[in-house]
Design a protein around this ligand. Structure first.
Ligand code: NDP
Length: 258
């Protein structure tokens, strides 16, 4: 039965940066499909609040503080969850930042490094830590949140640091997928267009006219909703996508067609 393959019953899913935006919507989607969700975020109070909302909806979730740039803390959480919960089935590497609209010639070392620390290095720290447990059990699914910015250079806002970090996420996805495919661990990515989250609202606050350019450049003439990305993550996380590994699934309302 095909719909059974979308079930996440008896699965544990860890989400990074899950307190809001795409991560929170993903927690809802995986929880609704039956997963026990471990919602992590750098903002512990916000993570607790999101978990309370999930529980109020009847879902099973717990919160954990995690700064994904701290590889020691990532390793410790992976060990603790593997021991206490008997393993982690799904990791969603969602935490990310986009402090956009900074021209390349004005980008400081600190700004560049901060984007790579959170958007790319941390994806590796988390995949390495949780992937180890998955490899030991011979099964697991890792979903990285990349971006269409890993494929195209956005207009009109300059953001070379963000685009390069997301292109790195896509290549890391393929590299890990190739290494781990024969050992039961799949690694895929979603590459979304602009999504209606606090992150995008912060970018737009600096230049609301940017929306017009974005919509003009998008065949569907709209930005996406977090739940539309969460649905793709659910597909990649569950057994319905058993043949997919190393895939970068573009969810962009047609943006990259033009
Ligand atoms: P949000 O800013 O809405 O949510 C991201 C969450 O990650 C926040 O709760 C944030 O906490 C948290 N976070 C930030 N730094 C860390 C860290 N070091 N450790 C743990 N958590 C952290 O972002 P979105 O939901 O919009 O984005 C989620 C992912 O999707 C990102 O990887 C982003 O690059 C990607 N993406 C987003 C698109 C969009 O248009 N929104 C388009 C394409 C890709 P805090 O708020 O306290 O900093």
């Amino acid at each position: 039965m095909i719909l059974e393959k979308f079930s996440m019953e008896d699965r544990t899913a860890v989400i990074t940066g899950g307190a809001r935006g795409i991560g929170a919507a993903t927690a809802g989607a995986l929880g609704e499909a039956g997963a026990h969700v471990v919602l992590t975020d750098i903002d512990a109070a916000a993570a607790e609040a999101t978990v309370s909302a999930l529980r109020a909806d009847g879902l099973t979730a717990e919160a954990a503080h995690l700064d994904v740039t701290d590889s020691g803390a990532v390793n410790a959480l992976a060990d603790e969850l593997n021991e206490r919960l008997g393993g982690v089935d799904v990791l969603v590497n969602n935490a990310g930042i986009a402090e956009s609209n900074v021209p390349a010639e004005k980008t400081s070392d600190r700004h560049w490094r901060r984007h790579f620390d959170i958007n790319l290095d941390a994806v590796f720290w988390c995949a390495r830590a949780f992937g180890k447990g998955m490899l030991a059990r011979g099964r697991g699914s890792i979903v990285n949140i990349g971006s269409m910015s890993g494929i195209i250079a956005n207009r009109p806002q300059p953001q070379s640091f963000y685009n390069a970090s997301k292109a790195g996420v896509h290549m890391l996805t393929k590299s890990l997928a190739a290494e781990w495919a024969a050992r039961g661990v799949r690694v895929n990515a979603v590459a979304p267009t602009y999504i209606n989250t606090p992150l995008v609202k912060a970018v737009l606050a600096g230049d609301p006219e940017m929306t017009d350019v974005w919509l003009d450049m998008t065949p569907s003439h709209r930005i996406g909703e977090p739940e539309e990305v969460a649905a793709v993550v659910l597909f990649l996380a569950c057994d319905a996508s058993s043949l997919l590994t190393g895939s970068i699934v573009v969810a962009d309302g047609g943006y990259t067609c033009w």
